[in-house]
Design a binder for this molecule. Structure first.
Ligand code: NAD
Length: 361
């Protein structure tokens, strides 16, 4: 069956890292006859430069017609002074909301070869393998009313609204519970139910939904404690589920436990597991065009795409194994380099992964 992938490289290092992931997918495609077809489009600053908008109609149609969207990153100083409605990030937010990608999966995995890269002690993080499931299309980032108003006394006041409907909470709870079923069957729901009514409802609905998954052990934690536990004893967690803003913050903290932002993939799924896949890092304008970006997060995002949208488990496993083998071969981009390793460029890292895939034939 044909698998149509909309490829949106975006800005900064986006095109460089996406090229490497496409190389890896093309290799697997010919090895395993996966039926993958690529179609390229523009998003973010690159789209603004071409069409005057970060989220052109063509890109939306391309993404809607595809089975999955594969994205590099958006943003950069060039577009920072634009009106907020025209900034590159609007393209990404627009895509997430148009495709109803409400479930954001962010694994934080520490590869044993990179244990030195973490700022935490090896015994605290070695073997770390957490999945954070973040609600992505609701909550305070989208809630209305929002804005900045002028009060009677002339002072300005900023305001946003934290809002979740029952159905929004229930669908993210299902998503997280199903992911927990495929892992170690433990789910920790993170909220601030002692202060925020909205998250009190969150806790109630997650608890209710979990009754349908008796094989999953559900626990609850306040977000402040969760932040503390993530740096104190992160291995206690298997899957965590939380709201948009809490997830934004906690998943970045979890990512940094691994010490290497260039290693971490992500998936954003709709109710039918159609998804958008991208590395968790941004467009890294400071290193764009230098050929030194780490493409592994993007390559691992391709593995997530094969696993979650296309159910091609063997193909996904092969990519992950090839990445592991590349690390075993002591090949490193600058961000994960340490003495005694072989420092390679973005494309050399991609080539190494492809070579490892070919060895596996
Ligand atoms: P960033 O993730 O782009 O970069 C942070 C640091 O990590 C930089 O020093 C960068 O060089 C390094 N880095 C990131 N990815 C790397 C890789 N693959 N290999 C090696 N080093 C890597 O975050 P930032 O600097 O805060 O943001 C830069 C731009 O990216 C901004 O415009 C921001 O809005 C945007 N951004 C986009 C996304 C996205 O597209 N999903 C996410 C975050 C930030």
């Amino acid at each position: 069956m044909t698998k149509k992938i909309a490829v949106l490289p975006g800005d900064g290092i986006g095109p460089e890292i996406v090229t490497e992931a496409v190389k890896v997918l093309e290799c697997l495609n010919s090895q395993m006859a996966l039926g993958i077809e690529f179609e390229h489009g523009l998003i973010g600053g690159a789209a603004y430069d071409e069409y005057g908008t970060p989220f052109p109609e063509q890109t939306l149609s391309l993404a809607k017609a595809a089975d999955a969207v594969f994205l590099g990153a958006v943003g950069g100083p060039k577009w920072e002074s634009l009106d907020i409605s025209l900034r590159p990030e609007k393209g990404l937010l627009g895509l997430r909301s148009e495709l109803q990608l409400f479930s954001n999966l962010r694994p934080a995995i520490l590869y044993p070869q990179l244990v030195y890269a973490s700022t935490l002690k090896p015994e605290v993080v070695s073997g770390l393998d957490i999945m954070i499931v973040r609600e992505l299309t609701g909550g305070i980032y989208f809630g209305k009313p929002r804005g900045v108003r002028v009060l009677e006394n002339g002072e300005r006041q900023g305001f946003n609204t934290l809002v979740y409907s029952e159905s929004e909470i229930r669908r993210i709870a299902h998503s997280a519970l199903q992911i927990a079923q495929k892992r170690n069957r433990r789910l920790c729901s993170v909220d601030k139910a002692n202060v925020l009514e909205c998250t009190e409802l969150w806790r109630e609905i997650v608890t209710d939904t979990a009754k349908l998954y008796p094989d999953v052990q559900l626990s609850h934690m306040y977000v402040d404690n969760a932040a503390m536990q993530l740096v104190r004893a992160p291995k206690q967690f298997d899957v965590m589920v939380t709201s948009n803003m809490f997830g934004d913050i906690l998943s970045d903290a979890a990512a940094m436990l691994t010490g290497s932002i260039g290693m971490l993939p992500s998936a954003s799924l709709d109710a039918n597991n159609k998804g958008m896949y991208e590395p968790i890092h941004g467009s890294a304008p400071d290193i764009a065009g230098k050929g030194i970006a780490n493409p592994l997060a993007t390559i691992l995002s391709a593995a997530m795409m094969l696993r979650y949208t296309f159910n091609e488990i063997e193909a996904a496993d092969r990519i992950e194994q090839a990445v592991n083998n590349a690390l075993d071969a002591n090949v490193r981009t600058a961000d994960i380099y340490s003495e005694g390793m072989q420092k390679v460029s973005t494309s050399e890292m991609g080539d190494t992964v492809v070579a490892e895939l070919k060895k596996g034939i």
